[in-house]
Design a protein around this ligand. Structure first.
Ligand SMILES: NC(=O)C1=CN([C@@H]2O[C@H](COP(=O)(O)OP(=O)(O)OC[C@H]3O[C@@H](n4cnc5c(N)ncnc54)[C@H](OP(=O)(O)O)[C@@H]3O)[C@@H](O)[C@H]2O)C=CC1
Ligand SMILES: Cc1cn([C@H]2C[C@H](O)[C@@H](COP(=O)(O)OP(=O)(O)O[C@H]3O[C@@H](C)C(=O)[C@@H](O)[C@H]3O)O2)c(=O)[nH]c1=O
Ligand SMILES: [Mg+2]
Length: 303
């Protein structure tokens, strides 16, 4: 039995790992959430890892409130850099690999082509800067790491763009959605499945794949496009009399939808290195979005 310790058990990715765990009976997952281990208590992190003595650690926790981070700088760095460093150091001490996640918001969005792992980074805001510092902290502390940079994560769980859109479409007659930010929406259920699939090979003595990978679903689009996909998929699933059916969705520029944090205009990432190394990729948007809506429709407790 493989013992995996997961931080961030209550987040989108954490709950997706819980959902997928049933497909991986050889992996025993232990989940820690804020109640069991508050990551702002840096000393508690090492203690939790050394107590559990896992074969591998998965960090699904992060400070992800992009706008709030602009005025909550210390906390963003504490969770996204310092806590991650503490995790990586404890992993190194135990010789347990660390699987960690990062974001497309480490890029400034000026690229003309899908970002590769070695492209220059230049975050536009505090969230991206703190996540980049977390990547560096992992690399400095332990060679036995996998950093998966992903983007625009949605799921049936927690707070995300899909769930926000579905409720706004029901509440409002018109939605204005930015049409000048392009990225790759990615399901955390897909991410969880991919990660658990890799775990056994990562633990083999001969595993030579440690490093940083982009891992996204390969359907680049704007937030406006994504809203249209969500609307269409919802009407397909819930029927024409779904309360959000009549909502009009209008494209606008970022200037017309001001936010505290600046977001990259183009943050499409190429998952080619991941696919070449591990021999598989993530499903496309239509399949994953459909699965997400099905899971939401099943009326599980997805708050
Ligand atoms: N969401 C997205 O669009 C994207 C996410 N990512 C990255 O993917 C990973 C997973 O993200 P996702 O699942 O969406 O994030 P969520 O925000 O859904 O979950 C993050 C979890 O971290 C926990 N957490 C935050 N602060 C603390 C703390 N002080 N102590 C203990 N736990 C804490 C939260 O706990 P609580 O529930 O108690 O608040 C929450 O459950 C992160 O590394 C994120 O940066 C990358 C690209 C896009
Ligand atoms: C609700 C709403 C949002 N928007 C815009 C704002 C923003 O540019 C975009 C998406 O809004 P969100 O708040 O979901 O986006 P945001 O929180 O920036 O999402 C990011 O989260 C972090 C954690 C990541 O790592 C990124 O990959 C990315 O997923 O849609 C509209 O244009 N109209 C609307 O009605
Ligand atoms: Mg957000």
């Amino acid at each position: 039995m493989i013992k995996a310790l997961v931080f961030g058990g209550n987040g989108q990715l954490g709950r997706s790992l819980m959902l997928c765990a049933r497909d991986f009976p050889d992996i025993e997952l232990t989940f820690l959430d804020r109640r069991k281990c508050d990551l702002s208590d840096l000393g508690a992190i090492g203690r939790a890892i050394l107590d559990c003595r896992p074969d591998i650690v998965i960090n699904a926790a992060a400070y992800t409130a992009v706008d709030q981070a602009e005025s909550d700088i210390e906390q963003a760095f504490l969770i996204n850099r310092d806590a991650v460093r503490a995790m990586a150091q404890a992993c190194e001490e135990l010789n347990a690999p660390l699987i960690h996640f990062s974001t497309d918001y480490i890029f400034d969005g000026t690229s003309q082509h899908p970002y590769r792992e070695n492209d220059p980074v230049a975050p536009l805001g505090v969230y991206g800067t703190s996540k980049l510092a977390g990547e560096d902290a992992v690399r400095a502390a332990t060679a036995r790491h996998l950093i998966f940079r992903t983007s625009w994560v949605y799921s049936p769980f927690g707070k995300n763009f899909v769930k926000t859109m579905l409720s706004l479409m029901v509440q409002r007659d018109v939605l204005t959605i930015v049409n000048d930010q392009t990225g790759c929406p990615t399901s955390s259920v897909d991410l969880a499945g991919a990660v658990l699939r890799l775990v056994p090979s990562v633990l083999e003595k001969t595993f030579a794949g440690f490093g940083t990978y982009h891992l996204v679903s390969g359907s680049p689009m704007t937030w406006f496009d994504f809203a249209i996909h969500i609307h269409r998929a919802a009407v397909e699933r819930f029927g024409a009399d779904w309360a959000g059916n009549e909502c009009e969705i209008r494209p606008v520029s970022s200037d017309a939808f001001p936010t505290v944090a600046k977001r990259p205009g183009y943050s499409v990432m190429s998952s080619q290195k991941f696919t070449d190394t591990f021999g598989f990729g993530l499903p496309d948007l239509a399949e994953s979005l459909g699965a997400c809506l099905d899971q939401l429709g099943e009326g599980e407790n997805n708050a």
